[in-house]
Write a protein that binds this ligand. Structure first.
Ligand code: 9EZ
Length: 299
């Protein structure tokens, strides 16, 4: 008897064909399902594989007649109601090992892009210009990087930043300083990160505690001329606060890979700011999610 595996988001062809070529699996893949298509194909599925586009919440569960397993190929499971899945005896797994390095590298790339105005200079040259003095940058060596969130991704960022000869400050309320001593960075409180960092990068999930972590109220606590990076989750930096910070010049630059609304609306308020650089959620890996981790395995 074959297991029916429904892949409802867009995936790299290699991963899909590997599953298709695995005996015992019957794979349904359409390059991304609409909700209507999902509801139609879900009743016969034993396993559902998603990235972040498919929302496995609410009434969708009513169509999960045979579902035993939901796999999130990636890290964040905020598109899956894991409590409801557990209640129905459906196992939820993610792949936290697969995209850490990819995401850490993207944060580092964003830091360099911010420091040297690479996206803006590139855009300028493609308009036939040669604006040397407009795009004078800053050096990264000996600058202070604040890393908020020291899980798998944050730690990969730390290692790389140390290799770049930065001073690295770290903050994570969920990990004891003792557990972080091997990183050989300064573990400090948030206010110290805010006050002393030339660059700040966040590597936390979006929670009640991290939502609007930097907001209109505390933005002036940041060092003047700070550059902010978010390759984690939209909304950790309050987007309206970033607008204010860029307008006033208190913030020198912002690099965002994630947004409160994805795709961003056409009137997204940060679009007009030349020193806000953006990528469309490119941080996570596409085809190389490896180690799976299990939620609510109640069978
Ligand atoms: C919370 C956090 C960071 C944080 C760090 C991690 C789950 N989580 N939350 C509040 N790993 C800054 C402020």
């Amino acid at each position: 008897m074959n297991y029916k595996v429904l892949i409802s988001d867009k995936f790299d062809a290699e991963g899909v064909s590997r599953l298709k070529n695995t005996p015992g699996f019957e794979v349904i893949y359409k390059g991304g399902h609409s909700k209507e298509e999902l509801i139609k194909d879900l009743p016969e599925a034993d396993c559902l594989i998603v990235r972040s586009a498919t929302k496995v919440k609410g009434d969708v569960f009513n169509y999960a007649k045979k579902l035993k397993l939901i796999v999130r190929a990636g890290v964040g499971v905020d598109n899956i109601d894991i409590n409801e899945a557990s209640r129905r005896g459906i196992i939820v797994m993610n792949a936290p090992g697969g995209s850490s390095i990819t995401t850490a590298e993207h944060a580092i790339a964003m830091m360099f892009a911010l420091a040297r105005n690479i996206p803006q200079a590139n855009a300028s040259m493609k308009q036939g210009k040669w604006e040397k003095s407009k795009f004078t940058g800053v050096e990264i060596t000996n600058k202070t990087l604040g890393v908020i969130g020291l899980g798998r991704i944050g730690r990969e960022v730390v290692k790389r930043a140390k290799g770049l000869k930065m001073r690295v400050l770290g903050y994570d309320p969920y990990i004891t300083a003792e557990h972080l001593s091997h990183l050989e960075i300064e573990i400090v409180d948030l206010d110290t990160i805010f006050k002393e960092s030339d660059f700040i990068t966040v590597h936390t999930p979006l929670t009640e505690a991290t939502k609007n972590l930097i907001n209109k109220e505390n933005i002036t606590k940041l060092k003047k001329g700070v550059r902010l990076i978010n390759c984690a989750r939209g909304g950790i930096y309050e987007e309206e606060a970033l607008v204010e910070g860029l307008k006033s010049g208190h913030i020198a630059g912002v690099a965002l890979d994630v947004f409160t609304e994805e795709p961003i609306p056409s009137d997204f308020p940060l679009i007009p700011f030349e020193n806000c650089i953006m990528t469309p959620h490119l941080g996570a890996s596409t085809s190389r999610s490896r180690i799976c981790c299990c939620y609510g395995n109640n069978r």
